[in-house]
Design a protein around this ligand. Structure first.
Ligand SMILES: [Zn+2]
Length: 238
């Protein structure tokens, strides 16, 4: 069984990580979609860092939910598997999914990288730092290793997705907890399911992908995915 899974903020929302959309996404009355931009960082890097430190803190204290666990289980049992997640948290990894089976297409919130040179480091431990951290190599400002609105996706990560899509037809494509507002998410879902694969959408609400889905679960990911993965792992596939 060859499986492609695409996930978005809806999967982590059930672990208490606020999505950008909706009222609970606001931080100090600010719209996160306007903080997660290169312009916001240029204008007020201190504010942007405060927001990201709070998010890191919240994520460190969050636990993977049943959706993350079901996806990790599928990843362990499928013959070939790739998860492409829009989530910058580490909950898929903490549920037990190997890094080589996962692409974080919008980056990793626990990476801090230089805004000028190639320097980067991981910040899994609680940070002591306050104020504005600087690059130890070139002294420019460092920034969170996430892809902001208006920025290019990482070429390396894009290549990993392309390699998987070009590596053969999928049997199953699952799209969970994403409103599929980015064109590339729709593109990957459709290309992954092009040769008659099942395209399964898990989302409480209709999305632009719903019309193409062969199966719909109008439920929260933590409810639907454990059941779906059980079915997939017990059903013999052709
Ligand atoms: Zn630097």
């Amino acid at each position: 069984m060859r499986v492609l899974v695409l996930t978005g903020a809806g999967v982590s929302a059930e672990s208490g990580i606020p999505t950008f959309r909706g009222k609970d996404g606001y931080w100090r009355n600010l719209d996160p979609a306007r903080l997660a931009t290169p312009e916001a960082f240029t204008r007020d890097p201190k504010l942007v860092w405060e927001w990201y430190r709070e998010r890191r803190h919240r994520i460190r204290n969050a636990q993977p939910n049943a959706a993350h666990e079901a996806i990790a289980r599928l990843g362990q049992h499928a013959d070939e598997f790739l998860l492409v997640t829009q989530n910058v948290d580490d909950l898929h990894a903490r549920a037990g999914l190997l890094k080589e089976k996962m692409v974080q297409i919008h980056g990793d919130i626990f990476v801090t990288r230089c805004s000028r040179c190639e320097f980067e480091r991981h910040e899994y431990e609680q940070e002591q730092e306050h104020g504005l951290p600087k690059c130890p190599e070139c002294h420019a400002l460092v920034r969170p290793g996430v892809v902001w609105f208006g920025e290019q996706l990482s070429r390396n990560e894009l290549e990993r997705v392309e390699n998987f899509l070009n590596g053969g037809a999928c049997d199953v494509v699952i799209v969970a907890g994403t409103t599929a507002t980015f064109g590339y998410i729709i593109d990957w879902a459709l290309r992954g399911s092009r040769d008659g694969a099942e395209l399964i959408e898990v989302n409480p609400e209709e999305t632009p992908l719903s019309q193409f889905a062969t199966r719909l679960f109008r439920e929260a990911a933590a409810i639907a995915l454990p059941r779906l993965v059980n079915q997939l792992l017990t059903k013999p596939t052709a």
